[in-house]
Design a protein around this ligand. Structure first.
Ligand code: GLA
Length: 389
């Protein structure tokens, strides 16, 4: 990558490389902005940014995926407006850094991403976090502040009212463990997964246009549910605060549609705890069942699934060695995550790919979900993937 950097910019003097991974969420979907729990793992698939200080007062960024170079004078960065372009992510982050008191120094950047875009594996957070590290270029910022700053960039600049899960796990991911995040206290604990299982993400290869607007609608519907429940539970600040039993005692007082949205969030928050406990007891079948329950809840109550995701989940459950499957991420396309026996992987890959091709005429990409380390500077350049796919 440093050689490619040198070819592009004429010199690789002072170059450093920063990496931020994508993620797959095992359970706890659409709970983060309701301040509940999530259980993601950081992936080996990551975004890499090579960066070096430059003369000339400008920041230049090249994206290998887009084969596009953009540049700005550092003095104009704080006034740039959203462009609905991939550069919104690094620019949004740069503006947040300026707001936090970090000057943006003239620099050349080269972006190489292995997180498939639009796959629901959080390529946006990987780009935000790697950009922030590249702009900081070694200047320290507490990891939790880094996560919040990147989330703010997405909410305020990109205009997507996301929770903190994706940025958080990209930073706090750890090898061999899933991470249970409390999205209210912003504390986490590592959850060691039992032996005898592995996870695969299967990509529907679609991202429906609905994704962005429906996400906003769900955020608003959850806020409406909080308003509707508050008169009965005055302490309530978010859907995180009611148990499934408490919720059912007031559900009939809410408009039917709002009640279904809230039911998903309330039961899903509880499911994260049950999944973690099943995992600690090595109860693989129970873990699998909870994943399927989560999917059904997202499918019927939260209504963020789609035909392609439902097909992959239903078909996966019929394949030998599979414990459970569910959609992962925001929904309306992207990936499913399947929990299965390691020796069932080759058979699963073949069967799921063949059935999906037969049904939808596209080959689904399949990714191993090996829990990997969170973001940081890459010291061993041999671990950086080469250009091209
Ligand atoms: C997207 C958002 C996350 C989270 C998930 C759904 O990935 O960026 O904050 O809300 O959807 O769980």
């Amino acid at each position: 990558m440093t050689e490619d950097f040198r070819k592009l910019y004429g010199s690789a003097e002072g170059v450093r490389v920063f990496r931020a991974p994508g993620r797959v969420n095992l359970i706890g979907e659409h709970t983060d902005y309701n301040l509940g729990f999530v259980l993601p793992v950081a992936l080996d698939l990551a975004t890499y940014i090579a960066a070096a200080p430059a003369a000339g007062g400008k920041v230049r960024i090249y994206s290998e995926d887009r084969r596009e170079m953009r540049e700005w004078r550092v003095s104009e960065i704080s006034a740039i407006l959203r462009a609905r372009h991939w550069t919104d992510y690094p620019i949004g982050v740069a503006q947040q850094l300026i707001g936090a008191g970090f000057a943006i120094e003239p620099a050349n950047l080269l972006i190489r991403s292995r997180v498939p875009e639009g796959s629901g594996l959080s390529s946006s957070a990987a780009l935000e976090v790697s950009s922030a590290l590249a702009f900081l270029n070694g200047r320290p910022l507490p990891p939790i502040e880094l996560a919040r700053l990147c989330q703010r960039a997405e909410v305020q600049f990109v205009g997507m009212p996301c929770g903190i899960m994706d940025q958080y796990i990209s930073i706090f991911g750890r090898e061999r463990t899933a991470v249970e995040i409390d999205c209210r206290s912003l504390e986490h604990r590592d959850v060691e997964l039992p032996a005898g299982i592995t996870f695969l993400a299967v990509n529907t290869m679609v991202k429906h246009a609905l994704a962005g607007s429906a996400y906003r609608d769900r955020v608003a519907e959850c806020a409406a549910a909080v308003e509707g429940i508050k008169p009965h539970f005055p302490q309530l600040k978010s859907l995180r605060d009611v148990s499934p039993e408490q919720f059912e005692s007031v559900a009939h007082r809410l408009p039917e549609g709002i009640a279904r949205r809230a039911r998903h969030v309330v039961t899903e928050t509880a499911r994260v705890g049950r999944f973690v406990s099943a995992s600690e007891h090595g109860d693989l079948h129970r873990m699998g069942r909870l994943m399927v329950e989560s999917h059904r809840s997202l499918q019927h109550d939260y209504e963020v699934s789609c035909a392609e995701l439902d097909f992959l989940v239903d078909r996966s459950l019929g394949i030998e060695g599979v414990f459970g499957a569910r959609m992962t991420g925001g929904g309306f396309g992207g990936c499913t995550v399947t929990m299965l026996q390691p020796d069932a992987v080759p058979g699963f890959r073949q069967e799921i790919a063949e059935s999906y091709e037969r049904r939808f005429g596209v080959t689904p990409a399949i990714y191993p979900c090996e829990p990997s380390a969170g973001a940081g500077e890459v010291k061993n350049f041999e671990t950086i993937p080469s250009a091209g796919h």
